[in-house]
Design a protein around this ligand. Structure first.
Ligand code: ZN
Length: 234
């Protein structure tokens, strides 16, 4: 019997969807939280709802463990940052070698707000899809950052929290592999059809790995990971 409750930081993308299913396998009740921070396209927020609906419809055992979904308005983040995710500018690298899709410290804020929500709802395990292995250089995705934040949040709230990051040491091929291990081809198909990764919010073209422009850094990672995973299967 699964015990414990968890709160998953859920964006509607491939990584957080895989983490959500991982949590549904490990915990008796799983709630989700998403952050609306003025993304250039609202496609991500729509994908969240579609993934949750599809999980409930196609995987009733997991659906039975799915609790409330929360959306927190973080439009303030769009006003204090100038990035390709929140404004209509081209994706490029900045002087520090980071793509301008980077909202500085975004995951720090996300975890703190999720912890405040979790504190109120008695959810002391937070699950996030951060990954150090195959990422775009974001310092707030690093394992040390998340561990330090877990300590700071636990101390600052007087409540011990556990921050779980099941994808931290997975590359993108292993993320596809994990989805397959958790839910077989039906879950892989759900990830392909329902989740959204593309930075440009493009959903016009259906590739083997899902919808996207096929050119932005997020599409490139998703495509390369899918192709590596398929090659390993063959
Ligand atoms: Zn794209």
């Amino acid at each position: 019997m699964r015990a414990g409750h968890a709160l998953v930081l859920f964006s509607g993308g491939q990584d957080s969807t895989t983490c959500l299913v991982w949590a549904l396998e490990h915990f008796a009740l799983v709630e989700t939280v998403g952050f609306d921070y003025g993304q250039r396209h609202h496609v991500e927020m729509q994908a969240r709802v579609q993934v949750l609906d599809a999980l409930r419809a196609q995987f009733p055992v997991w659906g039975g463990r799915l609790g409330q979904d929360h959306v927190i308005d973080l439009s303030v983040l769009g006003r204090i940052s100038d990035t390709a995710l929140t404004r209509d500018v081209a994706i490029q690298m900045d002087a520090a070698g980071l793509p301008n899709t980077f909202v500085p410290g975004r995951n720090l804020l996300f975890f703190q707000l999720a912890a405040a929500l979790g504190y109120r709802r008695g959810l002391h395990t937070l699950v996030g899809g951060m990954c150090e292995t195959d990422y775009s250089g974001y310092p707030d995705c690093r394992d040390d950052t998340i561990k330090a934040l877990q300590v700071a949040v636990s101390l600052g709230m007087g409540q011990h929290f556990t921050f779980e990051t099941p994808l931290m040491w997975c590359d993108k091929a292993q993320t596809w592999e994990l989805a397959h291990a958790l839910g077989g081809q039906p879950l892989v198909d759900l990830v392909i059809e329902r989740t959204h990764t593309c930075y440009l919010g493009e959903r016009g073209v259906r590739h083997a790995w899902g919808y996207g422009c096929g050119n932005c850094p997020a599409c490139a990672l998703r495509q390369a990971g899918y192709e590596r995973w398929r090659e390993q299967l063959a």
